[in-house]
Design a protein. Structure first.
Length: 350
């Protein structure tokens, strides 16, 4: 049992984040697809806007690996694709992100006593949340990176529950390259003298540099840094940002295990056939990727688009890499426009 306060807390608001009340839904003991149980499970979420009387304007926004409910704030706001004046946006925190029940905040199963979970478990927890909120059908499910992977899983797990899906820099099946990036990152973190309970030092800093600079960018993007001194400053800024906003290392490692194991084809009923699972998606899907992604290879989204019956594939030009679908993206307006145009077609957003 953890005797002190949770090791990781919600960070101070960062530039671009939207301040909204944090809410939690108690779901009791939560059964995982492995047969294990997360005890005293609570799912964290925030909402923007008002649910329409008909209940038909809800949009579910999902978090990336190591991120919290602010991950898609750059898409939320008046005149943006997820507009609280029109939509009821539910931003759900994924299992293991330090806000929803996680290794870092569980008193019953702290740190390495926490059971491993999957992306389908994340989706199941979100389904329970929407049920508790009285939302039977959603206008759209939107996510980036691991959030995009959850969005595609939603389309397979609950094909009749959404009218559209927006999957930014996703994978339907985790590719070996992405698993290699995660394995390198885990080894860096686990070598830190603070593993697993902290405090963290050089290992955390090295992990932050690898995950925020190498996997999130491209070689051409780093040309803008100019010199070796400029690159060093970029790395220092990335480390400082991770120090400010997290995530907790053990939480990240657990989410990375879920990341590596993911394949929509292993959803019950598909026998490991990824293509068949993708063909079962009924909602229109937007898949948005950059030209080059050094975390989630773009080839996966391209192949997925060929199997999903009603898919729109958008490849954003430039050198932003995996970070193309983030608030710091140099292509952020192009990304917002692509999502807005897609939602106009699918759900009639004005």
């Amino acid at each position: 049992m953890r005797s002190s306060e949770p090791r990781w807390q919600h960070p101070q608001l960062q530039p671009g984040w939207i301040d909204r009340p944090h809410q939690k839904m108690e779901l009791g003991n939560f059964n995982l697809e492995s047969g294990e149980v997360i005890r005293n499970f609570e799912i964290s979420y925030v909402t923007h806007g008002t649910l329409a009387p008909a209940g038909d304007n809800a949009i579910l926004a999902l978090t990336a690996i190591g991120s919290i409910h602010h991950r898609l704030d750059f898409l939320i706001g008046p005149g943006r694709p997820l507009d609280p004046d029109r939509h009821f946006v539910v931003c759900a925190d994924a299992i293991g992100n330090g806000m929803t029940t996680s290794p870092s905040n569980s008193f019953a199963q702290p740190d390495l006593a926490f059971p491993r979970f999957t992306i389908r478990d994340m989706v199941a927890s979100q389904q329970r949340l929407l049920d508790a909120l009285g939302i039977s059908r959603i206008a759209a499910v939107v996510g980036a990176s691991m959030g995009g992977m959850q969005a595609l899983q939603w389309g397979v797990s609950a094909p009749d529950r959404m009218r559209s899906i927006v999957a930014l820099v996703p994978m339907a099946r985790t590719r070996p390259w992405a698993s290699a990036m995660n394995e390198v990152a885990r080894r860096i973190l686990m070598l830190d003298k603070g593993w697993p309970s902290g405090p963290y030092g050089a290992g955390f800093d090295a992990w932050a540099a690898q995950s925020r600079v190498i996997t999130n960018r491209t070689p051409r993007a780093l040309e803008q840094a100019g010199s070796a001194a400029g690159v060093a400053a970029l790395v220092a800024d990335a480390v400082a940002a991770a120090r400010r906003a997290g995530p907790d290392p053990v939480d990240w490692v657990y989410q990375s295990f879920a990341y590596d194991a993911h394949d929509v084809g292993t959803t019950p009923g598909f026998g490991g056939d990824t293509a068949a699972a993708l063909r079962s998606i009924r909602a229109p899907v937007l898949l948005l990727v950059p030209e080059l992604d050094l975390y989630n290879p773009v080839e996966d989204a391209i192949e997925s688009a060929a199997h999903i019956p009603n898919a729109t594939l958008v490849r954003v030009a430039g050198h932003a890499g995996h970070a193309v679908a983030a608030d710091t993206s140099p292509r952020v307006e192009e990304v917002r426009r692509a999502i807005h145009e897609f939602l106009v077609r699918c759900i009639g957003a004005a």
